[in-house]
Design a protein around this ligand. Sequence first.
Ligand SMILES: *[C@@H]1O[C@H](CO)[C@@H](O)[C@H](O)[C@H]1NC(C)=O
Length: 140
Amino acid sequence: MKGFRNTKVVGFVLGLALVTLIPAATPWCVHVQSQMNPSQELLVHCKSGDDDLGAQSMGNGNELKWCFNTNIIGTTLFWCYLASNNPVKWVSFNSFLDIGTFYNKCSNGDCFWVANDSGIWLWNGPVSKYEHWYEWRQGR
Ligand SMILES: *[C@@H]1O[C@H](CO)[C@@H](O)[C@H](O)[C@H]1NC(C)=O
């Protein structure tokens, strides 16, 4: 039974090596801020396949923020439904995608969306400017 003890030690060392080699899951935070006309309430409802953040009503300057880890198979996806009255309009868009063309625009794990009267904007961190990503749709 002398070999048994050695097996345990080898297993421990291997386990330690694996934990050190596998990078920790990257935590991401997504922000959705209202910069709508101050008279407008913005309804924001974001979710993923696993999480429903619930519908929230936000005034100008308010922000919804949530953080999560991506799954190891790279299919993490969040989407948001935004709606506003006066005029009645809405938009539905993917607010987080586990692909480089999206997350490379985030800054240190933070992805910033702004909704204003001209549409939905994503902050492009590396070039420090907002990009227009989505248009409002009229009606309900
Ligand atoms: C909001 O709207 C204005 C003009 O309508 C636009 O120029 C501006 O860049 C927009 N985006 C942000 C993030 O403020």
